[in-house]
Design a protein around this ligand. Structure first.
Ligand code: C2E
Ligand code: MG
Ligand code: MG
Ligand code: MG
Length: 277
């Protein structure tokens, strides 16, 4: 009996795994030509200055509209793209397109300077040895001023090959590009790390903002991150602001920039341009 159950169990797991692998293989296959077929696009989520709630920039986020499955979650297809190496090409196309689009954005009322565009860069791109050239190329082709381009890197991507990353980020900053650490607080975040990387900004992960109003630990941590970042001249962005109460609290704690559904959802380039005007 036990033996039978064991066998069934084994069969069950093996079947489930087959399906998972099958699904990944199919997704990788479909993703390969997705950009050329026009299935991949960028949306822009507005980022506001907390102090006066003036629109100052946007984060570019990839979307995949699969012909049969519809919208595929970025957390799913970005992972497949990263595992397969496809992210190197998709990431480059995202970078070029975001720069080209942002180059024509008007100065929003009250902002005083043209809006920035923030582009996510994966660990794979960071380690490819080609990122500096690609960024310089995207800036040149689009005519976007370098300081209007922000690159978002996760801490884990930077830590996995720190010596190489620190040197590369130094060169990117020499171009004038700003470097932000994404999902800050979820990895091995340390302030010495923040200093070595010389990040211009950090994005406090949504998981800290979600319970900001209820959980005193999250509030304490968020406040501490803001204070320490400021003591090092680092800009702080809070992501995942969904309620006015969170916004009020972040303003009170002097958080520089905010992003989240309460302020604005990711939207098409056309909608975002209209929002700027
Ligand atoms: P991320 O860089 O941390 O982006 C923020 C995510 O939080 C986005 O999810 C955004 O839509 C979501 N978000 C923003 N405000 C709120 C809010 O108020 N509440 C909630 N619940 N969510 C909010 P999205 O677009 O699904 O992207 C997920 C992740 O996929 C991104 O996380 C990023 O790591 C990755 N990703 C997206 N586009 C790119 C890309 O072009 N290149 C790379 N390498 N990664 C990308
Ligand atoms: Mg990001
Ligand atoms: Mg993030
Ligand atoms: Mg996140």
């Amino acid at each position: 009996q036990a033996k039978m159950a064991g066998k069934n169990c084994y069969r069950f797991y093996s079947r489930t795994m087959d399906l998972a692998i099958e699904r990944r293989v199919r997704m990788e296959h479909d993703l390969r030509g997705a950009w050329d077929r026009g299935e991949l696009s960028l949306v822009y989520q507005p980022i506001y200055r907390t102090r006066d709630r003036v629109l100052v920039g946007a984060e570019a986020l990839l979307r995949w509209n699969h012909p049969e499955d519809g919208a595929v979650a970025p957390s799913v297809f970005i992972d497949v793209a990263e595992q397969s190496g496809l992210i190197e090409n998709i990431g480059l196309l995202a970078l070029r397109n975001a720069c080209a689009e942002a180059a024509s954005w008007p100065v929003p009322p009250g902002a005083g300077e043209p809006p920035f565009v923030s582009v996510n860069v994966s660990a794979r791109q960071l380690g490819s040895g080609d990122l500096l050239r690609q960024v310089a190329g995207a800036l040149q082709q689009s005519g976007l001023a370098p300081e209007r381009l922000h690159l978002e890197l996760t801490e884990t991507a930077v830590i996995s090959d720190e010596a190489n990353a620190v040197a590369l980020l130094g060169r990117l900053r020499q171009l004038g590009v700003k470097v932000w650490l994404d999902d800050f607080g979820t990895g091995y975040s340390s302030l010495s790390h923040l200093r070595r990387v010389q990040a211009d900004g950090l994005k406090i992960d949504r998981s800290f903002i979600t319970d900001l109003l209820r959980d005193p630990d999250d509030l304490a941590l968020t406040s501490a991150i803001i204070a320490m970042a400021h003591s090092m001249g680092v800009t702080v962005v809070a992501e995942g602001v969904e309620r006015v109460g969170q916004f009020d609290l972040l303003r009170e704690r002097d958080c520089d920039l905010v992003q989240g559904y309460w302020l604005g959802h990711p939207q098409s380039g056309q909608e975002f341009t209209a929002l700027l005007g």
